[in-house]
Ligand binder design. Structure first.
Ligand SMILES: Nc1ncnc2c1ncn2[C@@H]1O[C@H](COP(=O)(O)OP(=O)(O)O)[C@@H](O)[C@H]1O
Ligand SMILES: [Mg+2]
Length: 253
């Protein structure tokens, strides 16, 4: 059985003047230990889908289950990591930020929460700034703290919404490598959103392509591991995905 089952999910925003269909009947399943990527251009409903899986938005059609539980609201079994660098609490140190949800969940004593927080801060290589405050950290370091905070909760699935998109290219690359390194240690499950084809291929073992207005599934899920074990295959796959995403569209020339 899949860990996450998103089945025929339509998500709409109702504003005072209009109804926007962000995604229409989107279905996919994520297995345990998948690095599952939602890939598509801006406006195809990636963030909306992630919000819904996070329990912050109810579908107008379809259903979502995690394990055998229907998703009705937010839960500690799903931790979200965003693109923005301001997702940390500015008045708390790195350690206190990572401890915060552990304490709020009330499952651990303060001492156990601190030990767990320190262990995850070490995993992301930030032990030397454990007592620092967010405003003293670089963007990449802030994202590492957010990742440590999410992972320390040991959720069933990590939800990552373009977590590296606002970083410079070199830092982004390092953060991608570190995420993969962490994954190889603990084989956590991640649902990762990006609009970058190259990032999708680097991060994902499976990729779902979405098209915009309204957000729909564009092609079958791509099994990256099956195609990317030969030389030069990443480049070929990148072109293939580009063609799938933009099939049927005028080139503008
Ligand atoms: N709060 C909102 N109110 C109304 N429409 C929204 C809101 N958030 C997103 N949308 C619309 O929903 C669609 C999908 O947006 P989004 O999920 O942010 O896409 P993506 O993350 O793929 O760029 C877009 O057409 C967007 O304009
Ligand atoms: Mg988005």
């Amino acid at each position: 059985m899949a860990l996450l089952d998103v089945s025929g999910v339509t998500l709409r925003y109702k504003t005072s003047s209009a109804v926007v269909t962000a995604t229409e009947r989107v279905s996919f399943t994520v297995d345990k230990s998948d690095r599952f990527v939602l890939l598509g251009p801006s406006g195809c409903g990636k963030s909306t889908l992630l919000k819904a899986v996070g329990g912050y938005m109810r579908p107008s059609e379809g259903r979502m289950t995690i394990g055998d539980r229907e998703i009705h609201g937010p839960g500690a079994d799903r931790m979200m990591i965003f693109q923005e660098f301001d997702q940390l609490l500015p008045w708390k140190s790195v350690l206190a930020n990572v401890m915060f949800p552990l304490l709020t969940a009330r499952k651990l004593s303060r001492r156990d929460a601190e030990a767990k927080a320190r262990a995850y801060i070490e995993k992301v290589g930030l032990t030397r700034v454990v007592d620092a405050y967010p405003h003293t950290l670089s963007g990449g370091m802030k994202q590492r703290v957010a990742i440590a905070r999410g992972m320390a909760m040991e959720p069933d699935i990590l939800l990552m919404d373009e977590p590296f998109a606002a970083l410079d290219a070199l830092t982004r690359r390092t953060c991608q490598d570190e995420l993969l390194q962490l994954w190889s240690e603990t084989k956590f499950t991640v649902l990762f959103v990006t609009h970058s084809i190259a990032e999708a291929i680097r991060i994902g073992n499976r990729i779902l392509l979405l098209s915009p207005h309204p957000g729909r599934v564009k092609a079958e899920v791509i099994d990256v591991d099956k195609v990317s074990n030969e030389d030069g295959s990443a480049g070929r796959l990148e072109k293939e995905i580009h063609d799938l995403l933009f099939a049927g569209e005028a080139t503008g020339h």
